[in-house]
Design a protein around this ligand. Sequence first.
Ligand SMILES: *Cc1c(COP(=O)(O)O)cnc(C)c1O
Length: 369
Amino acid sequence: MKEGKVIPVIRSSMPEFDEYVEMIRPLWESRWLSNMGKNHEELTVKLRDYLKVNELLLFVNGHMALELCLQAMGLTGEVITTPFTFASTTHAIVRNGLKPVFCDIKEDDYTMDPDKIEALITPKTSAIVPVHVYGMPCDVEKIGQIAKKHNLKVIYDAAHAFGVEVNGKGIGSYGDASMYSFHATKVYHSIEGGAIATKDPAIADRLTRLRDFGIRDEEIVDEIGPNAKMNEFCAAMGLCNLRHLDGEIEKRKAVFEHYTALLQGIPGIHLCPAQPGVRSNFAYYPVVFDGYRHTRDEVFDLLAAEHIIARKYFYPLTTSFDCYAGLPGFDPSLTPVALHAADCVLCLPMYADLAFSDVEKICFIILQP
Ligand SMILES: *Cc1c(COP(=O)(O)O)cnc(C)c1O
C-alpha cells in the first residue's frame, strides 16, 4: 500500500460540537436521561412531520424497530423478502420464528421484483418485507396491489430511504409499516437509532409497549418485549442533525452528480437509474461492473491500494450467510438476478463532505486502462 490519506466509504454527518453540547446541557439539570424524555418527544413529532407519515415511534436502532414491528403485526408462517439486503432484514424475520421466502430482485434498481412475488405465495404466507435498496423506492404500487389481493401485510425496510418521497408522499406512508435506521452510517443519524412509521394506531400502540418491556402502566405488563427505547443523548443528536439535513442532502446530490458526470456512458459500467417522481436522498453510490475491463473485485483492490475504501454492499447475499447454511430455502441460486448483482456491485465512497477532487481521483482509478 502507498502512503497517503484514507478516503472512507462513509463519514457521519455531525453538528458543531457546541450545538450538541447546548442540546445535552439541560440533561445535567433534569437527570432525565432516557424513557421518553423531552428530546425523545420533540424528535418524534419533528420526524413525523419531516417524513410525512401518520404515526412515528422511535427505537434504540433500526433492527430492533423492524424485529418488534414484525412481532406487533402478529405474523405467522412465511414472509416473502429479498436476500439482497443487510443481515438485519433476514435476521429480523428468522428471530421472530418466521420462515423467509426469498424473492428475486429487478435488474435495474435491485428492489424486489413484483412480477415474481405471486408465485411464492402459499396458504402460509402472512407478509411481504421488501427493501428500498440504496434508498431507491420499491414498486410500492404493484406490491400494494398484490398484498391487498392476497390479504398480506407489507412492512418495508426503509433503512436507506430517510426523507425519500414518491410523488410528494413520504416513502414511509406506503405499506402497513416502514422501518427507518438512524445509524451513524446512514444519511440521517442519531448515533444509533431507528423508527417505525405506520398508519395503524393499534400497531403503534402495541409497539409503544413492546419497546419498553411490554409495560402498559405501573401495574400491568401485557406484552413480552425487550428494551428498545431511544435515550436522550441520541435523541439530542437526532434533533441537531435534523436541522442540517437538507443542506447535507444537497451536498450529497452534488457529489452524486459529479460521479455520474464522470462515469456515465462507459460500456460495462452501470449506474443507478433516474427514478421519475422520486425525491432522492443520495444515500449511496452503487456501481455495477458487468462486462467492464476490470471486475468488481479488481476495482475494489485498485481503490484499496490507493487507500480508498469501497464496499461490496450487498455481498454476500443473506442466503449465503454461514449461519443459514443448509437451511431449506436459503439457496442463492434461487435468486439469480440478486446473485449476479452481489458479484458485480460496488458502493463507492459517498458522504456530504466528500471533495470533488476525491471523486475525480476515485473515477480516474476506476477508468484506468
Ligand atoms: C442499517 C440497516 C438496517 C439496520 O439498522 P440499524 O439501525 O443499524 O439497526 C436494516 N436494514 C438495512 C437495509 C440497513 O442498511
